[in-house]
Design a protein around this ligand. Sequence first.
Ligand code: 13P
Length: 255
Amino acid sequence: MTQRKPIIGGNWKMNTGLESGMHLAGCIVDGFTCGDCCDVVIYPPLPFLQAIESVIDTSELQLGAQNVWCEESGAFTGETSPTMLQEVGVKSVLVGHSERRHVLHEGSALIAQKVAFALVKQLQVVLCVGETFEERESGNTMKVVLSQITSGLANISSEQMVNVVIAYEPVWAIGTGKTASPKDAQEVHVAIRKALGEMFTEEIASQTRIQYGGSVNPDNAAELFSCEDIDGALVGGASLSAESFTAIVKAAYNP
Ligand code: 13P
């Protein structure tokens, strides 16, 4: 791990109920003892955000949202603006998650608009990128990932990069129990950092945090975090257990 502060996200996806989500958040708060060592953000389902904020608001845990819209208000049925999210305590948003790209068919233009607008509104943006199994098998991993990076950050200034985190999540590793090997993940992280250096500056590239996501669990976290360019994780399934998630958080600041 380098001097970049690790960041661990817990993406709950469409899981938990109100009571169980509040309970889970409370247990994560109890297990998180070192806010100086690591940033920890949880991304509960939208309807529970306010209730969960009430559980974590005096802790060092941060609240995130799994999605955001790219306009302030208006006729956008079912969508939620950055300001609405901020009113209930949200500090961070996921944009371009593979389930939104592949299940909800969000395209790169919309993703770029979401990134840009959320940053204007001072939210932290976690831009998620990653290749499918077919893309990896056909040798196109770097091409796909780097194109998602360049299009996703196309409208972003160097100054705004301080609020950007990248999450590299190979689609074939999400929810499958298959994790990219630390060597393969590190290789993609290095390529992403190089691309950030070309788009912005070397300094910005070296300061930007790049999380790995895809079947991260307490058994594989420490080895992933020991890679120089892996600055934390975006965790799905294992974030639904306070015990597993807390173990992953601890591995990030003591890899
Ligand atoms: P899993 O950890 O369940 O593979 O999910 C990863 C993910 O999609 C986090 O955003």
